[in-house]
Design a protein around this ligand. Structure first.
Ligand code: FPP
Length: 248
């Protein structure tokens, strides 16, 4: 049987894919393990998906790795996730380099522990000349934070007379968001059978295709990404227009 990889139309690969990686805790529970083991296995999924996205020419991959709300989890789990991030970045930098991947992060990074930021920055610096996939980690991120942060920066620029009210439009506002340097995601994937956005990219997903899969994140691999992309490619994206307008 033809694989999902073979069924991908190389001319219609989304430039930006965003993923809500969910279900690590349930995966651990089903395997009789503590939650952090689910997160650890989640790193294998990250590796596979990064590889797969690079292979088919996705330009930006944004992963929801830690939300603003995740700070409210038990202290031990937050700490374990931070350590896991540091270890994962440390362990994966060589292979990211080999795969020509760049690394970046979006979110309220000032709230991240400084040793995590240091690791992130050194990895980002090492990978900055790469020209392949841009791997973008959403850390201490929420869509509402992003919009509020943009509004604050814009308000400051208005106060400083660097811009004026009449100039505010979609493009100008978008430039204040943490994603200003990338296109909006054409495809948003959420694992674990939950049908929610959970405060991920809110402004940016206005016209994204949404793909939900029951697979738990630690079971998700590049083939699952390819399946999602085949599904995406079979959809008709109308951006509020009629089908007739699209074919004209
Ligand atoms: C959601 O599952 C997952 C997270 C909050 C963390 C995701 C982080 C990783 C996969 C590791 C990140 C590593 C890198 C390198 C980016 P959950 O705990 O909410 O699962 P549940 O809903 O089943 O409880």
């Amino acid at each position: 049987m033809e694989s999902f990889r073979d069924r991908i139309d190389n001319n219609k690969v989304p430039k930006h894919v965003a993923i809500i990686m969910d279900g690590n805790g349930r995966w651990a529970e089903r395997h009789g393990k503590v939650r952090v083991v689910g997160h650890e296995h989640g790193v294998d999924s990250v590796r596979s998906v990064v590889e797969g996205a690079g292979e088919i020419g996705v330009e930006h991959l944004t992963l929801y790795a830690f939300s603003t709300e995740n700070w409210d989890r038990p202290k031990s789990e937050v700490q374990a996730l931070m350590e896991l991030l540091v270890h994962a970045i440390e362990a994966e930098t060589d292979s990211l380099m080999e795969n020509n991947v760049r690394l970046d992060a979006i979110g309220d990074l000032e709230h991240m522990p400084s040793h995590v930021l240091d690791k992130l920055n050194s990895c980002r610096n090492r990978l900055q000349e790469n020209t392949g996939l841009n791997l973008n980690l959403a850390l201490s991120y929420s869509g509402q934070w992003d919009i509020l942060n943009a509004a604050k920066k814009l308000a400051q620029d208005l106060a400083d007379r660097k811009t004026n009210v009449e100039a505010i439009d979609y493009d100008l506002f978008s430039n204040y968001l943490s994603t200003s340097h990338m296109p909006n995601p054409e495809l948003l994937i959420r694992t674990s059978g939950e049908y929610r956005i959970s405060n991920f990219l809110l402004w940016q997903i206005a016209y994204s295709e949404l793909y939900f899969t029951p697979k738990l994140w630690p079971d998700f691999r590049k083939d699952d990404l390819f399946e999602a992309i085949v599904d995406y490619q079979n959809r008709e994206r109308r951006f509020g227009k009629t089908r007739e307008q699209l074919t004209r």
